[in-house]
Design a protein around this ligand. Structure first.
Ligand code: 2NL
Length: 340
């Protein structure tokens, strides 16, 4: 009898109940209405009187232990099923929110695609530039104010003076140095100026510059290219007007206006009642700039132009504060959802 009790106690203690079926089999065997402890209670009657109490206690202990172990495993198993994710496959899905391109990139892509249609390629270059590519090769004299700390961010690297590029003309100098005419390239990218941030100025903005170099390129080619661009960008009826201007790297130079996209030239508050909006600067590449990049100005001529992407975006989307472009306010960015 004693050894039977011990054997059952061992069996109970060594039980591993990992599934509902194992748990149920155990329950029937040790706790059910016909459990295997019942015969022990019957047998107790045959035990001599002086041992009855002690053996009775042992059987009771076995019964309690069997119940404890059952309860333990049952709790563990139900805890495990609680953690399991219950998936309702009939629920409608939660769609991923579709993002939007940044308006600056939308306009950038549009400008690129307009020029790609007439044979221009895209060139890119470093934002941290040396003096040669940002200034000297572009005919900036030593005393030019743009070389001043007040206008340009300078970076020191050993004894080398580097600067955050102030225009992407620096990329085009690199293209001229590394390839032979004919050259047709546009250079989009971020540029930096040391300015106090306001609605109308920022310490960085985005530019697209264009460069065309070949034999017999004339000012007429420049005008026709700019007209094509303006009409693709702002509509077929758009007109352009050129005003004389000055840049160190072009001669002659001009500022280009388009007929007001809002009032079509009649006069409104957007064009300040002039009928015209300024969109870019341009000119014939100065012969000294060609020479700096090892291109013979007697053999080749070219034109170049540069525009601010923020300015074009401002006219297309009527955004009147430059700071909106870099504040990452989701309410602003969401409005460009349908743009490509
Ligand atoms: C503006 C005016 C301009 C250029 C950029 C250029 C580049 C080379 C040679 C000569 Cl490599 N010129 N670029 C020419 C005229 C104007 O930009 O208002 N930009 C925002």
């Amino acid at each position: 009898m004693q050894s039977k009790i011990e054997q059952l106690l061992n069996e109970v203690r060594q039980s591993e109940l990992k599934t509902e079926t194992e748990l149920e089999t155990y329950r029937i065997k040790f706790l059910g209405s016909k459990n295997c402890l019942k015969p022990l209670f019957a047998e107790l009657k045959t035990v001599p009187n002086e041992q009855k109490k002690a053996v009775g206690l042992q059987i009771n202990e076995l019964k309690n232990e069997a119940q404890r172990i059952y309860d333990n495993f049952k709790e563990k198993l139900s805890g495990a099923t609680d953690q399991k994710e219950v998936i309702d496959y009939s629920r409608p899905g939660e769609p991923n929110e579709i993002g939007a391109r940044h308006p600056i990139n939308v306009i950038r892509n549009e400008i690129i695609s307009i020029f790609e249609r007439i044979g221009y390629g895209v060139s890119e270059g470093p934002e941290i530039e040396d003096d040669w590519h940002n200034f000297s090769a572009l005919n900036f004299p030593d005393e030019h104010p743009a070389r001043d700390m007040q206008d340009t961010f300078f970076v020191e690297k050993g004894d080398e003076e580097l600067a955050l590029r102030t225009h992407t003309s620096s990329v085009q100098v690199r293209v001229m140095e590394n390839s032979k005419p004919p050259i047709r390239t546009i250079s989009p990218g971020r540029v930096y100026r040391n300015e106090a941030i306001s609605a109308r100025a920022h310490c960085f903005f985005h530019q697209v510059e264009g460069l065309f170099i070949d034999k017999d390129v004339s000012f007429a080619d420049l005008k026709q290219t700019i007209l094509y661009f303006a009409q693709e960008m702002f509509g077929k009826k758009t007109q352009i007007r050129l005003r004389p201007s000055y840049f160190p790297f072009t001669e002659p130079s001009a500022e280009v206006d388009v007929s007001c996209t809002i009032c079509k030239g009649k006069g409104c508050n957007v064009c300040k009642y002039t009928g015209w909006l300024e969109i870019l600067g341009c000119g014939m590449v100065d012969p000294s700039v060609l020479t700096s990049a090892n291109i013979d100005p007697k053999e080749y001529s070219g034109f170049a132009f540069g525009m601010g992407i923020e300015r074009i975006a401002q006219l297309k989307y009527r955004v009147n504060d430059l700071r909106l472009y870099s504040e990452n306010d989701i309410r602003f960015l969401k409005q460009f959802k349908s743009a490509f």
